[in-house]
Design a protein around this ligand. Structure first.
Ligand SMILES: Cc1ncc(COP(=O)(O)O)c(C=O)c1O
Length: 456
């Protein structure tokens, strides 16, 4: 555990939280960590190894948060840690070009070059600009789309989360959904008016928004498969419909693969749809999480003629002191390098074992629920059928989740502390870890069955 320089190192989760509350808003540096929707005291984690994390009190949990995505190979994978150490030994960063950035870009572009069932080679992206967070990647994608098209409007889907930049917080998922708020204060009406929010998986809404505003829309942005309102995959062919409709109107499709990139398949959700015979052409694709292997790194990819509109070649400005940091690119390259075909075979198997086992436990207790899937990502909804959009995702017995979550935690399983977040497995989730999750599922299902809605 980190020792405080003051010597007053907190010994328990509640002491740490009390002291955090005094110095940090809500005691956390990102809202979904705060346990607001599930109640209780957040656990303060001290270390992680493989599928496990350990808190400052020494309690070990099977981790299904996975750093919210990056921990594809599990925590502290020896090769990733070794790559980070080696990079640290060379210096923490230089603010100058370094070859690790080239290596990572080549690795990513290579992963997104696929030969389809028709024998034709398709390239998901041709160039990559590295930034530090997913928020920066989507923010830059929007600026680039506006710069390329000379148009002002952006279309997004209710319940999708793309980071916390001003244009993207209307009816967003993730923490905005968890806190049950419509958006954020501090965003001007003029900015909000430039984002049009429509329901997900709704072909008619897509047609209508383009019919009404088609010549003013710069881009439609979508999570490649939505996973910030719980997991809500696109209908088959929906991403292609978005690409085709946008292109017919001279607009761009921004596919947000911050969550799904390098997770759904080696080539992300785009690769999964290529394989399943519904290929689509995204103009810009955003990456985050796994690309940095656990350190702050993200990226924006696309066709050369679009990416070359970025400074220094083009008129769209974007920059970053820490962009392409050498330690982060080394860690990201090691994470990607370690994720071979066996990892992509293991993830859905592990996820299925957990999802099906949980479902069986809930069914045994008579709890209405559905496990929703997008590749190896899944989440539980306390409703009868898998939702197609945000309104349906919200229409569930959310009050069952808090007791379910706390019973899992008490029995040694760390879940995302919100019913609206996806669960993450890793290559390190072996039969032992899965067995521990399934053992915890029995009392957790009982707690969900015993839960009652709060009396208003
Ligand atoms: C789909 C998606 N896009 C963008 C982001 C924002 O990434 P970051 O938190 O790195 O800013 C997230 C974060 O969870 C995400 O899930």
């Amino acid at each position: 555990m980190t020792r405080f320089l003051s010597g007053r190192t907190p010994a328990t989760n509640s002491e740490a939280f009390e002291r955090a509350l005094a110095v940090t808003p809500g005691g956390v540096n990102s809202p979904v960590r705060a346990f607001r929707s599930v109640g209780g005291t957040p656990v303060f984690l001290a270390s992680g190894r493989g599928p496990y994390v350990t808190d400052i009190e020494g309690t070990e949990y099977v981790d299904l948060v996975g750093q919210w995505g990056p921990a594809l190979l599990g925590h502290a994978h020896p090769d990733v840690i070794a790559a980070a150490h080696a990079a640290v030994d060379r210096g923490l960063g230089f603010g100058a070009a370094s070859t690790g950035e080239v290596e990572l870009a080549e690795l990513v572009i290579d992963r997104l070059t696929l030969t389809g069932p028709d024998g034709i080679e398709r390239r998901g992206i041709e160039k990559l600009r590295l930034v530090s967070t997913g928020t920066e990647a989507t923010m830059t994608a929007i600026r680039l789309a506006r710069g390329a098209t000379g148009r002002p409007l952006l279309v997004k889907f209710a319940g999708h989360y793309h980071g916390h930049s001003d244009s993207l917080l209307s009816e967003a998922g993730s923490g905005i959904a968890t806190l049950g708020i419509p958006g954020s204060a501090g965003i001007t009406a003029e900015t909000a008016a430039q984002t049009i929010v429509i329901p997900y998986n709704d072909e008619d809404a897509v047609a209508a928004v383009f019919a009404a505003h088609g010549d003013r829309i710069a881009a439609v942005i979508t999570e490649a498969a939505a996973a910030n309102m719980g997991v809500v995959p696109p209908k088959p062919g929906f991403n292609k419909l978005l690409a085709d409709t946008a292109h017919a109107h001279g607009a761009l499709l921004i596919s947000d693969e911050v969550m799904t990139g390098f997770r759904s398949t080696a080539a992300g959700w785009w690769g999964l749809e290529e394989r399943e015979g519904t290929p689509y052409d995204a103009d810009l694709t955003t990456f985050g999480k796994i690309i940095g292997g656990g350190l702050p790194l993200a990226g924006l990819g696309g066709r050369t003629e679009l990416l070359d509109l970025l400074a220094p070649l083009g008129p769209v400005y974007q920059a970053g002191t820490l962009s392409g940091n050498p330690v982060a690119v080394a860690t990201g390259a090691a994470m990607l390098g370690g994720a071979g075909p066996e990892v992509y075979e293991h993830l859905p198997r592990a996820a299925r074992a957990i999802g099906d086992g949980l479902s069986a436990a809930l069914t045994a207790e008579g709890v209405e629920h559905v496990v929703a899937w997008a590749g190896s990502q899944f989440s539980i909804f306390f409703r009868a059928d898998a939702p197609q959009n945000y309104a349906e995702a919200q229409d569930q017995a959310t009050w069952r989740f808090g007791p379910f979550f706390h019973a899992m935690l008490e029995h040694g399983v760390s879940l995302p502390p919100s019913v609206y977040e996806a669960w993450f497995v890793s290559a390190a989730h072996d039969d032992t870890a899965i067995g521990r999750v399934l053992a915890a599922a029995v009392p957790a299902a009982r707690a969900a069955a015993a839960a009652r809605p709060a009396v208003p």
